[in-house]
Structures are given as structure tokens and as C-alpha cells.
Design a protein around this ligand. Structure first.
Ligand code: PHE
Length: 344
């Protein structure tokens, strides 16, 4: 009997199975009720009493080893089972809910694209600014009404020195100031970004909106250059038959200053409710940079001149997509946002 046990111990030590069926066959051969080990257990009572202890120990060892070996092989097969057979690779994929670009981002990128092709770089700056960069260096008088609580959000008011007031920028001209402080001409930048004004929220005004402002400073820059660049922009943005018109205006930081209208892109200039029957709609402010601004930013106004312009992205978007209520842009109503799925 002991020889039989030793032989089985050898066998069990070298058990191999290449699939689960073979493994099951081994289990039946060694461990089932009618298996080899149980057969030995049944014969155990014939073992002479003085050998019972030694044979019994060896037999138990065999049983444990067989169980262990078969369990290990089983585990190996389970780890290999990737479940791949259960996946239907021909099945249509689950629909993935793709987001859409925000209409203001679409239009902003379009504006940036047009000016980038004309050689403008993008400049960025902080939204929380000081008075110096938003107003003082832009030639705003100390008592200019734009500094008033009506327009400006104040973060921190300095009782002794207005230029040190910390505010939310009310235009991105502050980025132009920062650019001029850091670089000498030629400077050709556009400054896209969010700006804040303390206005009551309605369908036509919000307490924040978005702008793209532009600045070009070099030797001999004239108003003609400004007009040509703005005409090219208007035609790229609204179509090649778009006309522009410049009306005299006033900004503290430009002289002369103008406001630019484009021929109404809805009625084509014949007059409609959108352009209040005038055939024209206003889209931006512009002008030649005031020498005081150049000097305040460390640029010699006897050598250099330049132009600047600024537009609201919401306004351009309204003209392109006829959005009637400004508040739609910040409500994140996906029914509205999805309408722009195809735009980009
Ligand atoms: N900064 C002006 C505004 O916010 C726009 C502007 C920029 C006008 C540059 C002229 C020149 O309204």
C-alpha cells in the first residue's frame, strides 16, 4: 500500500492539464468518491496496526497535495479566462454624448483666426487689475465717470491713491497697456478676454461680457492702415460684400476716435427692424492711440504711432447668429448650446 501511495504522490506532483475538461478528468481520477485516493482510504483498514500511523500520515499528505495541485490548476485557468467570448464585437457602440463649443468661443476663435492671418499675436492679462492699467495709463482723468461705481466693480479701494485701486477690468485695453510696458514696437497684438461692468442684467446688458481688442504700434502707422484692417476683418467675418462706415467718436485713449458700423448683414443694408431701418449696425470702437498713452507706457510718441480697436464678442455673435437675449450666453441651457453643434 505504501508503494501505491508513493507512486500517486509522484503522479500528483507532475499533474498537467491543458483545458478545464482535462482538469475535471483529473479531479475525478484522484479526488472523486470513486477516485484513486478514496480507494486507498477504503483499503486503509487492512493495514497492519503497527504501520497505520506512518501510512495514514502519508495518505493524508497525498490527499492534501492532490487537492492543492488541482485547485492551483483551476485558478490558472480562471485567470486566463478573459471573458472575451462573451463580448459581441459586432454590436453598435453606445452613443457618446459629445459636448459642443460655446457660441462665444466659436466666434472668438474666428475673430482670432482672422487677425492671426494678418500677423497679430495673442496677448493675455489678468481679470483682476489695478486702476493704473485699466484707466490711469489709458489717459482717463481722475474724475472720469467710467471709474464710477456705476461701471466698475471695485475689489479693494485705496483711500489715498486711486491708481492703486484693485478692480475687475472693464475692458481688455489693460492688456494692451501691459504689452506696451513690456515690449518696444513693432507691437501687433489682439487681446481676447472677459470684462466686467456693473450693469443691471437684462436681455441687452450683463455684468460681464467678452471682448477682443487690437493694438498695432510701429513707425508711420496711420488711420488708413486701421481702416483697411477693419474692412478686411468685416469682410472676412460677415461676407465679402460687407461695407463699413466710420463715425467720429470719443475715447480717452485714442485721438481721433471712431465707431465702426457695418452694412446690416440681415437685410443687406436696405433697412429692417434689426438695424432700425438704417441699414447699418455698430460693431466696434477704434482710433489712433493717444500720444499720452504711448508715453505713459514707455513708448516714444515722437517716433511711433499706432491704432487700437475693441469689440464685444457677444455683439458679433448676435449679428452672426441672431441671439436675441444676452443672458442665453451664460445660462448653459444645453438646448441653446446644441444649436451650435454644426458651427465648428
Ligand atoms: N476699450 C473700449 C471699450 O471697451 C474699446 C476701444 C478699444 C475703443 C480701443 C477704441 C480703441 O469700449
Amino acid at each position: 500500500m505504501i508503494e501505491k501511495i508513493e507512486q500517486l504522490l509522484q503522479e500528483v506532483d507532475h499533474l498537467q492539464a491543458s483545458n478545464t475538461e482535462e482538469l475535471e478528468a483529473l479531479r475525478i481520477k484522484y479526488l472523486s468518491k470513486k477516485g484513486a485516493i478514496n480507494a486507498l482510504m477504503a483499503d486503509f483498514r487492512h493495514v497492519p496496526a503497527d504501520q497505520k500511523k506512518a501510512v495514514g500520515m502519508r495518505l493524508n499528505e497525498l490527499k492534501d497535495k492532490a487537492q492543492e495541485k488541482i485547485a492551483a490548476l483551476k485558478e490558472q485557468f480562471e485567470a486566463q479566462d478573459t471573458g472575451l467570448d462573451d463580448i459581441d464585437l459586432t454590436r453598435t457602440a453606445y452613443p457618446v454624448g459629445l459636448g459642443t463649443r460655446h457660441p462665444l468661443s466659436i466666434v472668438k476663435n474666428e475673430i482670432i483666426d482672422i487677425f492671426a492671418r494678418m500677423g497679430f499675436n495673442i496677448a493675455n492679462g489678468p481679470e483682476v487689475e489695478d486702476d493704473l492699467h485699466v484707466y490711469t495709463k489709458l489717459n482717463f482723468a481722475a474724475d472720469h465717470p467710467a471709474r464710477d461705481m456705476q461701471d466698475t466693480f471695485f475689489v479693494n479701494v485705496n483711500p489715498n491713491d486711486v491708481t492703486k485701486n484693485i478692480i475687475l477690468r472693464s475692458h481688455t485695453s489693460s492688456v494692451q497697456v501691459r504689452t506696451m510696458e513690456q515690449a518696444q514696437p513693432p507691437i501687433r497684438v489682439i487681446c481676447p478676454g472677459r470684462v466686467y461692468r456693473n450693469e443691471a442684467i437684462s436681455y441687452r446688458a450683463h455684468c460681464f461680457f467678452h471682448q477682443v481688442e487690437g493694438l498695432y504700434i510701429d513707425k508711420g502707422v496711420t488711420f488708413t492702415d486701421l481702416k483697411q484692417v477693419l474692412l478686411l476683418f468685416a469682410q472676412e467675418m460677415f461676407g465679402s460684400d460687407t461695407k463699413i462706415r466710420l463715425r467720429p467718436s470719443y475715447f480717452p485713449f485714442t485721438e481721433p476716435s471712431a465707431e465702426m458700423d457695418i452694412s446690416c448683414n440681415i437685410c443687406g443694408g436696405t433697412g429692417c427692424p434689426f438695424c432700425k431701418q438704417t441699414g447699418w449696425v455698430e460693431i466696434l470702437g477704434c482710433g489712433m492711440v493717444d500720444p499720452n498713452v504711448l508715453e505713459a507706457c514707455g513708448i516714444d510718441s515722437n517716433v511711433y504711432s499706432g491704432y487700437a480697436f475693441g469689440m464685444g464678442i457677444e455683439r458679433i455673435t448676435n449679428l452672426k447668429y441672431q441671439v436675441k437675449d444676452l443672458r442665453m450666453f451664460s445660462e448653459n441651457d444645453t438646448r441653446f448650446l446644441r444649436e451650435f453643434e454644426a458651427a465648428y
